[in-house]
Write a protein that binds this ligand. Structure first.
Ligand SMILES: Nc1nc2c(ncn2[C@@H]2O[C@H](COP(=O)(O)OP(=O)(O)O[C@H]3O[C@H](CO)[C@@H](O)[C@H](O)[C@@H]3O)[C@@H](O)[C@H]2O)c(=O)[nH]1
Ligand SMILES: [Mg+2]
Length: 265
């Protein structure tokens, strides 16, 4: 059976998560789903035994492979690399660390049959974020989400759990997409030539906490996000309106500070 679906997983030092992710994903896809699905890890030369782990899973019959990059690093660029290398028309991106439940992947693929783009969302009734996700991450995430509000109507553009039909990626110019940092879904949502008469799909999921390994979010990633936002605002609204937006956000920022001050003292 030919490959219709590809699951792309950016991975850096994720050896301990490779086996549970692979086995849970293919169990969730079932017999029929598994035959038409490939799983691709895009690893940035972790040299932690991830390659051997994938080879062992291949021997057990799983349609899984690993691309090892030695010349580049970064989450977003790893995802793009995987998307371009994928054989499937329907592409899903998910993290390696099981914060995105593999059991939700079939739902995302189903949604992609009728939507050009699908987002796993943590902001819907009945789902949410694990109570153990650190407070500072919640604050960063809310701030990042608020700043992206004018760019998209999607409920969770910060999500790293999303998918798209490959034809839309191939219609965009190579080099158009910002491959720096973590927020690849937001860039694709704003820049891909998605049909305006078809909404994007949203699949609610509960965001777990990492059990093995560590988050790779750093100060550099946050700075890359600010640079990406600036580029996206200009892309969408033009350079003149960026000044207006900065003015608007500055007022909002000082208003929020004032509210915080008056509620504390
Ligand atoms: N190849 C590669 N993979 C990377 C790199 N940096 C991170 N990854 C992989 O990208 C995935 C997410 O990285 P984490 O370090 O676990 O990120 P996080 O702090 O949990 O943030 C995630 O959740 C946020 C909230 O939804 C998302 O906003 C964010 O994009 C990401 O998905 C993991 O599989 C990790 O191994 C890199 O430089 N190279
Ligand atoms: Mg994580």
């Amino acid at each position: 059976m030919s490959i219709e679906n590809s699951v792309i997983v950016p991975a850096y030092h994720e050896k301990l998560n490779i086996k549970p992710l692979t086995t849970r994903l293919f169990a969730a896809l079932g017999n029929e789903g598994s035959k038409k699905t490939e799983l691709i890890f895009v690893d940035d030369n972790s040299q932690d035994g991830s390659v051997e782990e994938v080879e062992a899973l291949q021997k057990q019959g799983y349609q899984v492979r690993i691309i090892v990059r030695t010349d580049e690093r970064g989450l977003s660029s790893a995802v793009l690399k995987g998307f371009y290398e994928a054989k499937g028309e329907y592409l899903i991106c998910m993290d390696a660390d099981l914060q995105h439940p593999p059991e939700s992947v079939p739902q995302l693929f189903d949604s992609l049959r009728t939507h050009p783009f699908v987002l796993g969302t943590r902001y819907a009734p009945g789902v949410g974020i694990d109570k153990d996700w650190p407070l500072y991450r919640r604050v960063i995430s809310s701030g990042a989400r608020m700043l992206a509000k004018p760019l998209t109507t999607a409920s969770d553009p910060m999500s790293g759990f999303f998918g798209l039909q490959k034809k839309y990626l191939l219609q965009s110019q190579t080099g158009d997409i910002n491959a720096q940092g973590f927020k690849i879904a937001l860039d694709l949502l704003v820049k891909l030539p998605l049909p305006t008469n078809q909404p994007i799909g949203e699949v609610p999921f509960s965001f777990g906490v990492r059990v093995e390994g560590e988050s790779k979010l750093s100060g550099k990633v946050i700075v890359q996000y600010i640079q990406q936002l600036r580029e996206l605002y200009i892309y969408k609204f033009g350079a003149n309106n960026l000044v207006l937006f900065l003015f608007f956000w500055t007022i909002l920022f000082f208003y929020a500070l004032y509210k915080l001050y008056t509620s504390l003292f």
